[in-house]
Ligand binder design. Structure first.
Ligand SMILES: Nc1ccn([C@@H]2O[C@H](COP(=O)(O)OP(=O)(O)OP(=O)(O)O)[C@@H](O)[C@H]2O)c(=O)n1
Ligand SMILES: C/C(=C\CO)CCC[C@H](C)CCC[C@H](C)CCCC(C)C
Length: 308
């Protein structure tokens, strides 16, 4: 009798858990804990997840011999150097292209907008599984934040940075869109990191979606949106499509690496809803109001939470 009662209670608890389970499942490594430290002789202690991370770091194909990564601190320090170097390289590269008039200033600004956040997120797996890894990851955006403040306040002039990331070439522009953008990268890394689809989708909408709206809208935006003559159907439709595709691509990337598991049908549905909301928010008239680099990711954070 007692055994039957116990079995019934367990079954009821399991049913309750499965009903409460969100569509975005908890990170897989919550179920399969990983060992960040590897033994001296090989990978005996390493879980599949850690092995995947190490392969990615070393850019070696699966099954190839992998060198020992000497502890999370060195791995995170190395990853930080790569990301900080990548950020400087990206801005310098676009500055070179604008200086040579290979691309115009506004296109450079939008390409930096699209690429920097997506490449930044793409680099998250090269950080260790340590709980401190996210603090190393925010070093690059923090340095860029300082850089934007120093040059935006004209404490030290920097024509190169201004040319590659501003619209009109004024230093104070660095204190608006670009500054809000790096602050959102920091916020999302600290709050969600690579363990949650929420941060991944929000940044994908801000980088991919919002970035492409400008590029397409300026080129093909003949037909304006009825409630905002500054924005066009071409820009908003591109934002929806690219925001959706980039989000799904990023979610696939992180789920393949084992950071979380997704029910793909529900995920697609949810990402489509989020893309519609982010596109609507971006299309609103905001003269003097909230910048898109704040409104788009913040609304996405809130909307995904609310739907969870
Ligand atoms: N849905 C959209 C968004 C943008 N655009 C085009 O892109 C230009 C700039 O858009 P906006 O988002 O206002 O850009 P910025 O103010 O430069 O934004 P940010 O500083 O956030 O980059 C608009 O004038 C418009 O030509 C568009 O056609 N349709
Ligand atoms: C032009 C921008 C926004 C306006 O809407 C983006 C500004 C980007 C920053 C100046 C540079 C940010 C760099 C990232 C923090 C790190 C990128 C690393 C990666 C590996 C290239």
């Amino acid at each position: 009798m007692a055994a039957v009662a116990a079995a019934t209670t367990t079954a009821a608890a399991n049913l309750k858990l499965s009903l409460l389970r969100p569509h975005f499942c908890p990170p897989r490594h919550a179920f399969y804990p990983t060992t960040p430290y590897l033994n001296m002789h090989g990978t005996r202690n390493a879980s599949t997840f850690v092995q995947k991370q190490r392969r990615l770091l070393l850019l070696l194909p699966p099954r190839a011999f992998t060198l020992d990564v000497p502890g999370p601190f060195l791995q995170d320090a190395g990853a930080t150097i790569i990301v900080v170097g990548g950020a400087y390289g990206l801005v310098a590269g676009f500055d070179y292209l604008t200086q040579r008039q290979i691309i115009e200033q506004n296109l450079s600004r939008k390409l930096v907008h699209i690429l920097s956040g997506l490449l930044y997120m793409g680099c998250w797996p090269i950080f260790s599984t340590s709980t401190d890894a996210r603090y190393f990851a925010v070093i690059a955006p923090l340095l860029n934040c300082t850089r934007l403040l120093v040059h935006g306040l004209s404490l030290v002039p920097n024509e190169d940075l201004i040319k590659s990331v501003t619209r009109e070439g004024k230093p104070e522009e660095l204190l608006r869109g670009p500054l809000y953008y790096v602050l959102m990268l920091i916020l999302s890394s600290l709050l969600f990191w690579r363990d949650s689809p929420i941060g991944v989708v929000s940044l994908s909408m801000m980088c991919g979606g919002d970035g492409i709206a400008d590029i397409m809208g300026r080129r093909f935006g003949l037909h304006k949106i009825p409630y905002n003559k500054q924005k066009s159907w071409a820009g908003s439709i591109s934002m929806f499509l690219v925001g959706f595709l980039v989000s799904v691509g990023m979610l696939y990337y992180f789920s393949k690496l084992g950071y979380f598991e997704l029910d793909w049908l529900k995920t697609m549905e949810r990402v489509a809803m989020v893309a519609i909301v982010a596109t609507l928010v971006e299309s609103l008239p905001t003269k003097g109001g909230l910048d898109d680099n704040i409104s788009v990711p913040l609304v996405t954070f809130v909307f995904v939470q609310w739907r969870s």
